[in-house]
Design a protein around this ligand. Structure first.
Ligand SMILES: [Zn+2]
Ligand SMILES: [Zn+2]
Length: 389
């Protein structure tokens, strides 16, 4: 393991920052204190600091030499609506909110890299340290791109990282092409005719629609997709009915669709519309489908993935870098940045063993043993991609 010497010296300080951020979690676009903490630290390291991008986003700029080359390194600031059950002494002091995805660790590692590089000046060009709000659900990454992130801060590539508790600490994984799925949501509202449940022939039972639709929607992946294409259709909510002896007027179904390819996403939406309309016609009811595309797939560029692999291998050794992991259908709003710029998103091993709680679990806590590894990766990547001449 090659922990960068400047990072080794920063570990106790990074742990303090991480625990402070962990104790004070803030959710989407409300990361005011977290964003203030980051901006204050970056200023104290001597960086030029820009605030207010996507409300609570922060960009720190570090230049060295006359080189015009620039890269962006990105972390996320937000927490989740989860009641923390980790039992750690620095557990959330904000009831109902928790850093259950490790963005406290991501923010800390990027701050550590900024401090180290501000001291060593071991690169030539510009590094943009990008701290984005609202990664969970609300697409803060998209808002940053829409508000001109890449126009205001021109860079040739963008890099992202997420801790991965299901992979042991001391490892990295990344691949060119899709690493995480596109995230869509849908809502089906079916309207029948409410009736006495003992006299169903006097009504039109929307429950029957729900039963048929849930089964039929599963045939899209099973019967319409190429067997080597990936897709998930999950109905996750069924709302209808209030009592035993009444057939309700209306039933609402909601759920999510995950895909890697645009063509597959289009196919699933089109088949859903046909199936919903078809079942509604069969039972003589009306049904509407609202289909919303939230996050695109996270797709890594070839060249930048080679660069990410080189930096990771320099830190943990080639044998600890998995360059062909099985992609996951979870989603990531770094995808919006990757649509606008070539780049690479990597998974940073954070597991303590098979029992490590996974991200989004109330028992989860970012693994502090990964702090130095992740921060060293950032520093090494900047040194390798922006060599001093
Ligand atoms: Zn998350
Ligand atoms: Zn996350």
């Amino acid at each position: 393991m090659n922990i960068h010497p400047e990072i080794s010296a920063l570990v106790p300080e990074m742990m303090d920052w991480r625990h402070h951020i962990h104790a004070h979690p803030e959710t989407a676009f409300e990361e005011v204190a977290t964003s203030g903490f980051v901006a204050e630290k970056l200023r104290s390291f001597g960086l030029e600091v820009h605030t207010g991008l996507a409300k609570t986003g922060v960009v720190g700029v570090l230049r060295n030499g006359n080189g015009s080359s620039a890269i962006g390194l990105r972390a996320d600031l937000d927490a989740l609506h989860v009641h923390e059950r980790s039992g750690v002494p620095y557990a959330s002091r904000h009831e109902g909110r928790m850093h259950a995805c490790g963005h406290d660790g991501h923010t800390t590692m990027l701050l550590g890299a900024a401090k180290a590089l501000s001291r060593t000046k071991s690169f030539g060009g510009t590094v943009y340290f990008i701290f984005q709000p609202a990664e969970e659900n609300e697409g803060g990454g998209r808002v940053m791109v829409e508000e001109g992130l890449f126009d205001r801060f021109p860079m040739r590539a963008i890099y992202g990282m997420h801790n991965w508790p299901r992979m042991p600490v001391g490892n990295f994984a990344m691949r060119a092409g899709p690493l995480m799925g596109a995230y869509d949501v849908f809502e089906i509202i079916v309207t029948g005719k409410g009736a006495h449940a003992a006299m169903p022939y006097t009504g039109k039972d929307p429950m029957l629609f729900a039963a048929h639709a849930i089964s039929a929607l599963q045939t899209i992946v099973a019967r319409n997709l190429h067997p080597l294409d990936a897709g998930v259709v999950s109905v996750t909510q069924v709302h209808g009915g209030d009592t035993w002896n009444v057939i309700p007027q209306e039933v609402v179904l909601r759920g999510t669709v995950r895909t890697f390819k645009r063509e597959v996403q289009d196919l699933i939406e089109e088949r859903m519309r046909t199936i919903v309309a078809g079942i509604a016609a069969t039972f003589d009811m009306t049904a509407t489908l609202r289909y919303e595309r939230r996050y695109p797939a996270t797709v890594n560029a070839e060249t930048e993935t080679v660069h990410a692999i080189a930096a990771a291998a320099a830190v943990v050794g080639e044998e600890h870098v998995d360059t062909n992991p099985t992609p996951e259908m979870g989603s990531e709003d770094f995808a919006f940045m990757l649509q606008a710029k070539p780049g690479c998103y990597v998974w940073l091993g954070a597991g303590r063993g098979p029992e490590t709680p996974n991200i989004h679990s109330p028992q989860y806590d970012f693994n502090d043993d990964a702090l130095a590894i992740g921060a060293s990766y950032w520093v090494t990547l900047a040194e390798q991609q922006l060599p001093t001449r």
